[in-house]
Each structure stands twice: as C-alpha cells, then as structure tokens.
Design a protein around this ligand. Sequence first.
Ligand code: NAD
Length: 512
Amino acid sequence: MSEVIEAPGRQRGDAGEAARIGHWIEGALVPGESGRSGPVYNPATGEQTSAVDFATVDEVGHAVQVAKEAFTTWRALSLSRRTELFFRIRKLVDEHREDLAKFLTAEHGKVLSDAKGEVARGIEVIEYCCGIPELLKGDFSEQASTGIDVYSIRQPLGVVAGITPFNFPAMVPMWMWAPALACGNTFVLKPSEKDPSASLYTAELLKEAGVPDGVFNVVNGDKVAVDAILEHPEIRAVSFVGSTPIARYVYETATRHGKRCQALGGAKNHMIVLPDADVDMAADAAVSAAYGSAGERCMAISQVVAVGDVADRLVEAITKRIPDVKVGDGMDPSSEMGPLVTREHRDRVASYVEGAPDEGATVVVDGRESSPEGQGFWLGVSLLDNVTPEMRCYQDEIFGPVLGITRVPTYDEALRLVNENPYGNGTAIFTRDGGVARQFQFDVQAGMVGINVPIPVPVAYYSFGGWKSSLFGDSHVYGPEGITFYTRGKVVTSRWPDPATSRVDLGFPQTR
Ligand code: NAD
C-alpha cells in the first residue's frame, strides 16, 4: 500500500544507493558537500527511502549570506506587493495540500487524513499573514507636544532562522516562515533530519509563488547546522520547536550570542475528567487526543486524571473504544493511526509499557500485542491504569500511543498534579460545571487550556505556546506574538518646525 513519493530535493544515486536530499539555497536545490548524511525512512515499511545531507558550518554560512543579501530588497517591497505574494503562496499551498500531505505520510508515517489536517492548520497561519498591512500598523499621536507628532513603526529584524521537530514537518515551519517573511525578514530553515522533504517542497512552492531567491532557504542537518545557526552573527532571531533539553540549549546558546529566541519544548498534557463529565464524550476525546498521530503531538493527551468515581466508568469506556482504532499504513484511507517515526523511537515507547507493571501500574491494553505485522515501526495503542506521579511512565514525555490514567479523589488534587508538573504546554478539563471550568482556567499553570476540548491548539489569530519547561523565552509563536517576535519597534518623534521658534535649550525635552 505504501506509496513512495518523489521529493523535490532527491537526486537518485547508483542502483541500490539511497536517493540524496540536499539543501535549498538562493532559490535552487544544492547538493550537500559535507559527506555526512542521515537516513530517512518510510516508517510504514521500515525501508530507508533516502539520505539527507548534513550541512557544514560553511554551507549554513552561505545560506545566511544569501539571505542577508536578499533582505535589502525584500524588506523594501511594499506591503501591498507582499500581501499579493502571500495570497499567491496561500493559493499554491492550498492547491498542493494533498502533495504536501503525502510527503508527511511517507516520511513521518502519520495517516494521510491527519497529514492533510496538519497542512490545513498551517495554511491558516499563512492566511493570517495575508493581513500583514493591518498587523504592522503602528500608532500615531498628533500634537504630542506643540508642533510635535509621535508615531511607532515595526520593522523586520533581518535574517531569522527556524529549527523544527519531526512531528509537524509542514505546519511548524509555517508557524515560523510565514510571519517572518510577511514581516519582511529573510529566512533560513533547519528542518528535522527525520522528515525533511516537506520543507524542500515548500521551498519550491514559494519560488513558484514569486518569492525572490534567497528570501527562503533550507539547510538540512544535525547539531552542526543548529550550532552554526545559533552562533552566526548575522542571524537576528531563532525560533525553535522540539524537545525540552534541546529547547533549553537552543535558548541559552542563541541568547548568549545576542539573538532573540523563542524555544518551544516538550509536554506532558493532562486531561482532567470530573465526576459530572459526559463519560462517552470524555472517552472519545481521550482516545482521539492520545492516539491520533500515534501520540507524536506536543498537544497529545498523555495523562488522564480521573477524579472520584468517574475512573472506573471512564477506563471502561476508553478500553471499549481501543479495539476500533485501526492501525495501519498511513496511505491506506482506512487507517486511523500510523507507525512511529523510527525503530528506536518505537522501542523506546514500548519500553514504557514493558516497565509499567514493575512500577506498579496496570497495563489494561498492551499495544505490543496489537502491532501490525511487518518491518514498519509499528506499535498498537496502550492504556495504563493506576499511574502515579513517581513512575517513569508519568514523569517522561513518552511521545507515543500510550495513555496513562491517574486516579485522584478531588478536583484540588487533580489541579495540583497539573500545576506541579514541570511541563505546561496544554491541558484540558471535562465537566458540565461551568463554575469549576472557569476556576480551572483561572488557576491552571499551562499556556493552552481546553474546556471539553482535548487538543486546544489556538487558531491562527491567537498565539501558540506553553508555560514552564514547555517554552523558553517570552514569546509564543504565530498570531500577534509571532508578529511582535519577528519585528522590532521604532518610535519617531517628528517636528516640522516654524524656524521662528527654533532655539538652543539644554534641558530634558518636555512635552508640556
Ligand atoms: P528534537 O528536540 O530531537 O529535535 C528538534 C530539532 O532540534 C531538530 O531539528 C533536530 O535536528 C535538532 N536537534 C536535535 N538534537 C540536537 C542537539 N543535540 N543539538 C542541536 N540540535 C539538535 O525534537 P523531535 O524529536 O524532532 O520532536 C519531538 C519533540 O518536539 C517532543 O518533545 C515534542 O513535545 C516537541 N514539540 C513541541 C512542540 C511545542 O509547540 N511545544 C511542538 C511540536 C513538537
């Protein structure tokens, strides 16, 4: 069933040799020169489909230089022209959303319907950026002092960079490049080395839309490329999305090198279910949010906190739904959940299920027993009950199709668990009580809160970001905070004076 997609950056080698994926610099594909590369797999078959070149410091430097040269013209492009271009980008990405989605399924493994959903949410960010003239409007104060007007403007930073994770290979880059470009910056993207093709395909679409060469560049690579970005003096800002240890490292290194940085990290999203909740609705939500995209979402629900006597009913309702989750090749329209991204990751996720009984948890459903046959990186869905906070399966971000249930007697205890967790990305509460839900929204320490909504990813005109170890830096991504992040403010105080009023005055300027 698995369909191999030909990525734009691929250059076939000799028979038997994996196709190579290079970089995109100055509007063209460029083969890598380092001699270092990493394997890209089709997770549904376990086959290596290509090898992605890893950039050297010099190759990153070349991309930055090209972006720097493109900046002068790009930032001077009128807002109306940039808007026109963004409408063209939107149209092209929309027309090719299915192709883009196929790259995601081929390299990430997520099912095609989910991949299309990812692209759709990315397109919403592009649409938001079509309104860039409105978003960049400044303030104006006439007659701030006699004959003096004051106004504010926001200007682009210059060359900015994005470093992205494997789990949203199209959408997360769109969170970054769309607002960055709309604001007048030029961009260097370092996608995940596990699924780089969507970024190269995006580069082709941007070129076709009319984005000038050098404005958008892709360098593939590993830590060498990341460090080159973090240390390059011409890169003004870095956006990062990935795991917490790397997010912390990126934030510390980028800021030490004088850059603005927003670094989004990992998560352990809790879903609280109160005794008065609609159990069927909560069970549907838990199964969808825990196992969708094989749990490889930073907003996945990985921990349900069942309050009081709802626990037995909820576990039963979730367990009943699990056999219906169809695990299979993402290209098969009947599949609801695909494989995990790599064999190592699959084994790591399975180790939490294996270790759960020794920790004292109850394995209600063991996903290892329902994994499809074959060499793909398969793991069925697992449900662990009686999970407590000192267990490894509670503390770690598993990032796979493993849902834990923790039983607590009261709402206060449930809230305490969420607030004491080191992560603070998303959280959700399921209840029929509006007063408790409102109190939860007031008390909870997380950046994105769902009330009877399990994956509360904000719409494109709000900003996305967590609290605590889920975000380093003070800016969330996309939406209004994205526009602020990719621009800096300037305030102009202006006078067109009557020469007759000109005089020397050494005092501090007064407004009255
Ligand atoms: P990752 O941290 O391993 O990789 C992210 C990026 O960092 C990749 O481009 C990778 O090449 C680079 N990188 C990896 N190791 C590095 C190192 N030692 N030094 C420098 N760069 C390095 O993350 P991942 O496995 O690709 O993605 C999954 C993680 O991302 C999960 O923790 C998930 O929660 C998180 N995530 C968070 C959000 C969010 O919005 N908070 C969104 C998506 C994913």
